[in-house]
Every structure is written in structure tokens, then in C-alpha cells.
Design a protein around this ligand. Structure first.
Ligand code: NAD
Length: 699
């Protein structure tokens, strides 16, 4: 069946694109669209054409799966479709609603007229993938809206309201959402006989001082070019729109597009784009498994996490009942939620009446019975199995049949937690990250007995509260914190060997991490790190770590909350502390360690490979379905730079053979646990086969 339907109404052909889910311009749609345009051009009963999308919106752009398969170049390519539209001797009106992005907007710009709904979303977001709009976008948009607006849209990738584009003349009419087709048909009838037919490509870009303007933009974009070269490169293509004839400009655009396609940044950003979508697929979870509907939520514990978790549901309009042990703790927890909303109101990010509406959905209780009607109950009490046991036994007693019982534990065994109930199929981990109302990541921990329906419900819920969900199996630390352990150890041993905490943090922050490991430890709390190490030693007497970590924590230097940790704090401002330098100096002396100069490259190599090696072991153990899920966890949960694609993608880009060799070198030279550095079997196997992590996953 054709992906473009063809109807004629009073001499106007209506070409409707239908390529679910978003009308992407795949080969199939291009072929059918070209055929439909050619048919309308040849149809004697037609004197004007309307191009419209079905309920899925106008067109969300290129099918980026085709970038890697080569399908994007297959004839008819987008330019061939564009030229057929542009050269039509009958006027073509684009009728735009919903998403009109990237290649979709480029398609609309080839049409002779554009009618859009007030709520249509028009943008050229290609820079977000490290690219430029490479199908005429950089050439036609400046001709339609002027140099400055076009540059802003192209280098930011952000949408602009239809009303604004209407005022600039890029849209001929902006109409209410329910009047699109009738308005477009009326517009087409009105312009059917008008000649000459206006073409974006034949306009000139006028600006009183384009050199000055582009120079100014270049200076403002340069600092961010290391993390994404695309915006600066866009300026070169836009300059061509001003200086060159249209066809030559298209060639310049194409050359720059091809250059950008090969940059490591664009490759990483495209990987990240697909990885996020891929994470939604869970083996064995088909459309036949229907999620339960969640209309009310209970939360146990109104501490740091409980309050933040509650805000997610309140923001989505879901009522929350929060349970504490004592009235004082309950009042305090609820006050903190109000205070956090008040901060948003003060910053004008939330309207005052919304604050009240959200708070009205929140109630507190000291009685488990009050949770008996909840569809989902999330436990966020102290990280102690004894405490969790008490809570889950109570939940099993009061929760209604079928209610989902979740733990926000960071490390504890979700199977053990499930065993405290008579309904382990309803138990899973919902691991939020701090601050829980801000951080996008949600690790969904699937216990051995967790039902598919509970899992489907958690996935659906994540979407509702706008989290990016990744499913993990049960192991110590799940995905994120399990990988974090060896990473933090790598950082700590580098300090033992001679680096300063500041040097380690600086090197990793320059690499792109939002925060280096020591600043992160100070933020999370030195007491938490100390407790984790104590637990690990109790579980495994061979667990090794540099003892200076304990010395710092045992001095009560817990980080930001005590004003001192590995750094000195003025508020959130971290400064190097001479006391820590002195402590490290005498520690190394005592340990007989001759400090050595360590390069930033070595710091990056060790810390990144510690992440990737543990990630590979996680894959071997079947804790995660695919390497790209680990990348998503690190980008959304641990401040890993998206433009590097995540730790697994980064290791793949180095070449896994190289990774294995470096790991062996570290194993032979680094202090600490040699076994930790032995390359994971998966790495050596893939390296022997010349493969990467992505070729090993179930993608
Ligand atoms: P917290 O100490 O800030 O809060 C815990 C709250 O639970 C306290 O208000 C306490 O009064 C209450 N509580 C304790 N026992 C209770 C019981 N039996 N019944 C009802 N309330 C009880 O701790 P937190 O940082 O919010 O951590 C909670 C959980 O979330 C832990 O399992 C932790 O590992 C996990 N977690 C924490 C973070 C983080 O960064 N803080 C991140 C992810 C997960």
C-alpha cells in the first residue's frame, strides 16, 4: 500500500503522508511521495496541490536508521523529491501540524506555500546529532526567514513557535488546529492561478553586515566547539547561502554534512540517540503484556530520596501518600517538598497555583493501613536489610493484591527483599538518582520472580514521569553503582600513586564528566562511601582499597555536608585543602610509595577502562541486555558526556584489542587489586573477532 494517499477535492490534489510512527522520510515514503507529486503534476483535473501528514504529524525528519544502512542515498533521495516539488508548475501548499522537524521542515520549505497550525513544532534539530540540516535546510531557511533567525534555529536546533515563523514570512498562514485541511485547501484554491510561483531557492539572503554577524556568532560558538563541532560548521554552510548561488550552496552544504557524519562527536551522539530508544525494548515483553494503571502511589520514608521521588508523581498529577516513623520526620519531609517547589516558583519556573495544586495531591501518614489503596508503593528508608525487611513485611500485610512493591535500594539484593513478601512477582527495584526530582535516569531492577506485568507497569510509569528507564538484573550495585566501584577505586589508586584529587577530577572534567570522582564523593557523602567499603570488606575479606579513603572519612570529613571532605567547601565551592595534601604525603611515606608524575591521559585511560571492563562483566553476567544500556545509565545518571557516547561506546571507539592490551598493562603496573584489571572475557573474545560492544549486543 502506498505511504501517500491521493485524493482530489475541487481541483486540489490532497497528498497525505502516512508512515508510522512519525512520518519519517524513509526510502518508501520518498518513493511514494515522488510518485504522488508526479501524478498530481500530470493530472488534468488538478490545478493545485496540498501536502499534509496524517495523525502522526507532518514529518519528523529523515529516517536516521538509513544513515548507517546507506538507504538515505537511495534514489529517489530527498533532493530528487524536493526538486520535483519545487519545479511543479502547479502550486504546492504544505499543510503542517504536529512535528515538522529536520528533513520534514526541509520538505516543507520546498513547497511554494506553507499553512501551519498554531501548535505545530518546527525545527532543524540536526546539530543535536552533531550534524547540519543537509537537505537544503541551511540554504533555504536563511532565504525564507533571514540570516539571523535562520542561524539561531540551525545552531541551536530548538523549535520556534509557528506564530513567530508566520510573522517572518516563512509561514503564509497560521491557523487553529482543527482548521488545517480546510484552510490549506482554501489557500491552494486562492493561489492556484497566481504566477510566478514563489520559490525559496530563488530568493536572496539580505543582511546589512553578514560578515560582522557571522564573525560574532563564530566567537560565541567557538568555546563549545570541542564538545560539538557542528554549530560552527553550520556557519560555513549558512555563509554559502549568502555568498553563493543556490546550487553551489547545496554542494557546500553536502560537503560539510559528509565531513560531520564522520566526526567522533556525531558518531557518538547518533549512538546515544539510538541507545535511548533501544533501552525501551525488553526481551520477552510484548504488546500482549498490559501494564497496570497507577492512580495512586505510596512512599515509605520522607528523607532525601522519598521527597524527591514523591515530586515526580505529584508533577504528573498522581496522588502520593508518604509514610514516616515519626510525625516530626514526616512534617520535615513534606516541608522540604514544599520548599523545593517554592524555589521553582521563585525562579519563575512554576506558577504559584501549580505549587498548591501539587501539594494538595500529597498527604502524610504514620500508619501502613493508609497505603492499602495504593497501586504502587516505593520504599526509600535507610539502606539496611533489617529495616527493609520490616518495611516489606508490613507492605505485604497491607498492600492490595496486585499492587507493585518497589525498593529504591542502591545496592541491596532485590531478590532477598522480594522474599520478605508472599508476592515476589510484584516486587522490583525502582532506583532513582539524587536529586530524584531532577535526575532523568531510573534503573528498573528486575528480580528473579518479577512478573512481566510489573516490569511493563514500571516501564510505562517511567514514561509518564519523564524518566529514561534502563532495566537491570540483580547484583551488587545493579548497573550504575556496580560500574562506579572500580571507577572510584581506579581514581583512588591514582592518588595513592602520586596524583592529587584535584588533578584526577580536573582530567575527568576536561574529558567531559559533569563532576570528577572526588567532588562526586564529597557530594554523595564520605560516610556513604565508608559504609559501602565496610560492607564490601564484610562480604569479601579480600576486597582491597586505598586506606587513605577511610582516614579522611574517619576524621568526620564527609564532604559538602560537613564543609570538608577531599576538598574544603564554601557552600558548594570546592577548594584544594593543604591538610589533605599533608595527609596524602605522610600516607604515601608510611606506605613506602614513591609518588610519581601521572599524566591526564593516564588518568582518563585508567578510569574509563575501569568503567568499560566492569561494564563488560555486567554484560557477561546477563545483568544488562546490551552495552548501549550501560551508556545510557552513565550519560543520564553519572554525568558522562553525551558527545562521547557513554563508556562502552568510548571503549569500542578505541578498539577492543587496544583496550585489552591497556588493561593488561594496568594490571601489571597499577597498585591495588590485579584481578580487577584482568580484561573481561567478553572484551578479549570480541577483540579476537574484531568486533565492538555494539556488534555484540542484541541490537
Ligand atoms: P535518608 O536517610 O535521607 O532518608 C531515609 C528516611 O527513611 C528517613 O527520613 C527515615 O526517618 C525514614 N525511615 C527509616 N526507617 C523507616 C521505617 N521503618 N519506616 C518509615 N520510614 C523510615 O536516606 P535516603 O538518602 O533518602 O536513602 C533512602 C534509600 O534510597 C536508601 O536505600 C538509599 O540507598 C537509596 N538511595 C539513596 C540515594 C542518595 O543519593 N541519597 C540515591 C539512590 C538511592
Amino acid at each position: 500500500m502506498s505511504k501517500v494517499s491521493y485524493d482530489v477535492s475541487n481541483g486540489v490534489a490532497i497528498l497525505k503522508m502516512c508512515n508510522p510512527p512519525v512520518n519519517s522520510l524513509s526510502f518508501g515514503l520518498r518513493k511514494d511521495l515522488l510518485a504522488a507529486v508526479e501524478a498530481a503534476r500530470a493530472d488534468a483535473a488538478v490545478n493545485a496541490i496540498v501536502l499534509i501528514g496524517d495523525a502522526n504529524g507532518f514529518c519528523a525528519g529523515a529516517d536516521i536508521n538509513e544513515f548507517s544502512t546507506g538507504g538515505a542515498a537511495k534514489s529517489p533521495n530527498p533532493h530528487e523529491v524536493h526538486f520535483s516539488i519545487e519545479l511543479s508548475e502547479k502550486p504546492i501548499v504544505a499543510a503542517i501540524h504536529g512535528n515538522c522537524m529536520g528533513g520534514g521542515f526541509e520538505l516543507a520549505m520546498c513547497c511554494h506555500y506553507r499553512v501551519a497550525t498554531e501548535d505545530a513544532k518546527l525545527s532543524l534539530p540536526e546539530v543535536k546529532l552533531g550534524l547540519l540540516p543537509g537537505r537544503g535546510g541551511t540554504q533555504r531557511l536563511p532565504r525564507l526567514v533571514g540570516l539571523e533567525m535562520a542561524t539561531n534555529m540551525i545552531v541551536s536546533g530548538e523549535p520556534v513557535a509557528a506564530s513567530v515563523l508566520g510573522e517572518l514570512g516563512a509561514l503564509d498562514q497560521v491557523v487553529p488546529a482543527d482548521k488545517l485541511l480546510e484552510s490549506a485547501l482554501a489557500y491552494a484554491a486562492k493561489v492556484a492561478e497566481l504566477r510566478p510561483i514563489p520559490l525559496a531557492s530563488s530568493k536572496k539572503v539580505k543582511h546589512p553586515d553578514y560578515e560582522g554577524y557571522l564573525g560574532f556568532m563564530r566567537n560565541s560558538l567557538r568555546p563549545a566547539a570541542a564538545s560539538n563541532p557542528a554549530p560552527l560548521k553550520c556557519l560555513d554552510a549558512i555563509r554559502a547561502a549568502v555568498e553563493q548561488a543556490f546550487k553551489a550552496g547545496l554542494e557546500t552544504e553536502e560537503r560539510i554534512f559528509q565531513e560531520l557524519m564522520c566526526t567522533p562527536v556525531s558518531i557518538a551522539l547518533r549512538h546515544y540517540f539510538f541507545a535511548e530508544r533501544e533501552a525501551r525494548h525488553i526481551e520477552g515483553l510484548g504488546d500482549d503484556v498490559k501494564p497496570l494503571s497507577i492512580r495512586s502511589v505510596g512512599i515509605i520514608g520522607a528523607g532525601t530520596m522519598g521527597g524527591g521521588i514523591a515530586m515526580n508523581f505529584l508533577n504528573a498529577g498522581i496522588p502520593v501518600t508518604i509514610l514516616e516513623l515519626k510525625q516530626e520526620a514526616l512534617d520535615k519531609g513534606i516541608q522540604v517538598v514544599r520548599k523545593n517547589y517554592q524555589i521553582q516558583v521563585d525562579k519563575k519556573k512554576l506558577k504559584a497555583d501549580k505549587l498548591e495544586a501539587r501539594m494538595a495531591l500529597l498527604s502524610g501518614t504514620l500508619e501502613y493501613e493508609s497505603l492499602s489503596g495504593c497501586d504502587l508503593i516505593i520504599e526509600a528508608v535507610f539502606e539496611d536489610m533489617g529495616v527493609k525487611e520490616k518495611v516489606f513485611r508490613e507492605l505485604d500485610r497491607v498492600a492490595k493484591p496486585g499492587a507493585i512493591l518497589a525498593s529504591n535500594t542502591s545496592n541491596l539484593d532485590v531478590n532477598t527483599i522480594a522474599s520478605f513478601t508472599k508476592r515476589p512477582e510484584s516486587v522490583l527495584g525502582l532506583h532513582f538518582f539524587s536529586p530524584a526530582n531532577v535526575m532523568k535516569l531510573l534503573e528498573i531492577v528486575r528480580g528473579d520472580k518479577t512478573s512481566l506485568q510489573a516490569l511493563a507497569t514500571a516501564m510505562e510509569l517511567a514514561k509518564r514521569i519523564r524518566k529514561v528507564a534502563v532495566v537491570a538484573g540483580v547484583c551488587d550495585g545493579f548497573i550504575g553503582n556496580r560500574m562506579l566501584g572500580p571507577y572510584l577505586m581506579a581514581a583512588a589508586y591514582l592518588v595513592e600513586e602520586g596524583a592529587s584529587p584535584q588533578q584526577v577530577d580536573r582530567a575527568l572534567e576536561r574529558f567531559g564528566f559533569a563532576m570528577g570522582p572526588f567532588r562526586m564523593g564529597d557530594l554523595a557523602g564520605g560516610d556513604i562511601g565508608l559504609a559501602v567499603r565496610k560492607r564490601k570488606v564484610a562480604e569479601d575479606p579480600n576486597f582491597q582499597y586505598p586506606q587513605f579513603l577511610d582516614q579522611v572519612a574517619e576524621m568526620g570529613r564527609y564532604g559538602q555536608k560537613t564543609g570538608k571532605g577531599m576538598y574544603l567547601y564554601q557552600g558548594r565551592n570546592a577548594e584544594a585543602d593543604p591538610d589533605i595534601d599533608a595527609l596524602l604525603e605522610s600516607y604515601r611515606l608510611e606506605m613506602g610509595i614513591e609518588p610519581r608524575a601521572i599524566s591526564d591521559d593516564e588518568i582518563i585511560s585508567r578510569c574509563l577502562l575501569a568503567l568499560a571492563n566492569e561494564g563488560a562483566k555486567i554484560l557477561e553476567d546477563g545483568i544488562a541486555a546490551r552495552a548501549s544500556d550501560l551508556d545510557i545509565v552513565y550519560i543520564y545518571g553519572y554525568g558522562f558526556p553525551a558527545y562521547r557516547g557513554g563508556p562502552m561506546h568510548y571503549a569500542s571507539s578505541l578498539g577492543l584489542n587496544e583496550v585489552a592490551l591497556t588493561l593488561r598493562h594496568i594490571a601489571n603496573t597499577a597498585r591495588g587489586n590485579r584481578a580487577q584489571w584482568e580484561p573481561a572475557r567478553l572484551i578479549t573474545t570480541l577483540a579476537e573477532q574484531g568486533k565492538t560492544f555494539s556488534s555484540s549486543s542484541h541490537q
